[in-house]
Design a protein around this ligand. Structure first.
Ligand code: FAD
Ligand code: NAD
Length: 404
């Protein structure tokens, strides 16, 4: 490639990084810029399906997409390595195995689990972070079932699955567990009534701040299928065998303990000396880091204010993909000396699955969906993303079509 071309380096092949790279390929002629995409693995994964991997309700291979299957390696240089730090002064990215200079940089390294310093959480809880951590969760759950009947005096607590945090991730995860647990009970000859699935939420209600009718629906649906909720129950500590909860330090025991209590931006932002708001960079309207002419921060690494409501937009795949469109347009504008555009969020709604056949959410301007129509809409949203990324072929290979 011509080394005189400006080099655009995209860090992280998640929703934001993949869609930015795709759009750059569409917006720029090959002679206008060299595009480099750096990612830890040679595959992209659907972060929005990770709870299914953790519960064992989906094959992890369906969740992974080889990057070179959807990004043309003749057009984009693909580097599979781990980012260690961005050296802004020298315009260099330090990777685990090499270094890479840039003219323009896009940081889209996603989220890390936030434990808020809760004692024991890092040491004893599982996290829904990526494919590998989720495979580990499912293997651990299955092992608890496999060993139960081999014990002389089996401990029923070892079968319990405790999920800390009743946000969307925690609720979607217990929704998958209610599907999987009966299957595991059958496979390992365990009585279903011995298996507890417990969700613990600090706020007065699960999914705090979301539509009350929809939250009530989700709670009823999950409770009717055996999920226990502890609300107004702040986790104080995580131990080897459970959580310590509330002011009276109630001990809740389980063989599997998963923390879904919150996320923050990649720690590479801290390593690289960016000024942070709750672990993210408060970006300018055009999605650049303040004071940086050539660095864009996207997806879960970006703190983007919703000025009308005076709070940041929640970190979602929906936002990350929209950031990508604005960023790619602005990179083209920079190369063409044109004015940059401001990011405007287009809220298409929020839908959560409650297992394979149930769900709830809002679409477009607040229309509420419940049950099968919500579950169908969730699959439509998932398949739409696959279509945007890799066209009909990818939808057919990786899409969700399981009938009810
Ligand atoms: P990610 O998609 O997390 O991608 C980051 C990429 O960077 C990954 O490929 C990772 O491997 C790579 N990476 C990380 N660190 C390094 C490093 N140091 N070096 C190299 N590469 C690195 N949002 C919705 O809108 N709808 C949903 O239904 C939904 N469901 C969700 C379900 C779950 C279980 C979870 C956890 C989140 C869900 N979200 C959903 C939120 C959504 O997944 C995130 O907001 C979205 O993934 C953010 O996209 P991103 O591109 O910023 O990061
Ligand atoms: P979150 O921050 O949205 O939820 C974490 C929950 O944990 C909160 O309800 C919080 O009150 C609770 N919590 C925090 N500390 C606690 C403690 N000490 N004890 C008990 N509970 C505690 O995190 P998330 O659910 O991982 O979601 C991350 C982002 O991903 C959000 O923006 C969410 O909207 C998005 N997401 C969206 C979907 C969807 O659209 N279907 C699904 C999953 C995640």
């Amino acid at each position: 490639m011509n080394s005189k071309k400006p080099r655009i380096v995209v860090l992280g092949a998640g929703y934001a990084g993949m869609m930015t790279t795709k759009r750059l390929c569409q917006n720029l002629a090959p002679e206008e810029a060299e595009i480099v995409l750096v990612n830890k693995h040679n595959y992209h994964y659907q972060t929005t399906w990770l709870h299914e991997v953790a519960a064992g309700t989906i094959n992890p291979n369906q969740v992974r997409i080889m990057i070179s299957d959807v990004i043309n390696p003749n057009r984009v240089r693909l580097i599979y390595d781990t980012v260690a730090k961005v050296n802004k002064e020298d315009q260099v990215v330090e990777l685990e195995n090499s270094e890479l200079s840039y003219d323009y940089l896009v940081i889209s390294l996603g989220f890390e689990t936030n434990t808020f310093g809760i004692k024991g959480m890092e040491d004893h809880a599982f996290f829904i972070n990526d494919i590998d951590t989720c495979r580990e969760i499912y293997s651990h759950i299955e092992y608890q079932f496999a060993k139960y009947n081999t014990q002389e005096n089996p401990d029923d607590d070892s079968l319990a699955i405790l999920v800390g945090g009743g946000g969307f991730t925690g609720i979607e995860f217990v929704g998958e567990l209610v599907e999987k647990v009966p299957e595991l009970c059958k496979k390992y000859d365990v009585d279903r009534s011995k298996v507890r699935i417990i969700n613990v939420e600090a706020a007065p209600s699960i999914m705090p701040g979301f539509d009350k009718d929809l939250v009530a629906y989700a709670k009823d649906s999950l409770q009717s299928r055996g999920v226990e909720f502890m609300e107004n129950a702040k986790i104080q500590e995580c131990t080897e065998d459970g959580f310590v909860v509330g002011d009276d330090h109630e001990k809740v025991k389980a063989g599997t303990v998963v923390w879904t209590g919150g996320v923050k931006g990649s720690s590479i932002l801290t390593e690289s000396g960016f000024e942070l708001t709750k672990g993210k960079v408060t970006v300018d309207g055009d999605l650049r880091a303040p004071g940086e002419e050539n660095i864009f921060i996207l997806g879960d690494c970006a703190w983007v204010m919703n000025k009308e409501e005076g709070r940041p937009y929640p970190p979602t795949a929906q936002s990350a993909m929209q950031h990508a469109d604005t960023c790619a347009a602005n990179l083209r504008a920079l190369l063409h000396n044109e004015p940059l555009e401001s990011f405007v969020f287009d809220d298409k709604g929020t839908v959560a699955s409650l297992g394979v056949t149930d769900g709830m959410g809002t679409v477009f301007s607040g229309t509420k969906l419940y049950g099968k129509s919500a579950a169908t809409m969730k699959k439509v949203v998932d398949n739409r993303y696959l279509f945007l990324l890799g066209g009909p072929k990818l939808v057919l290979r990786k899409g969700k079509f399981r009938p009810f």
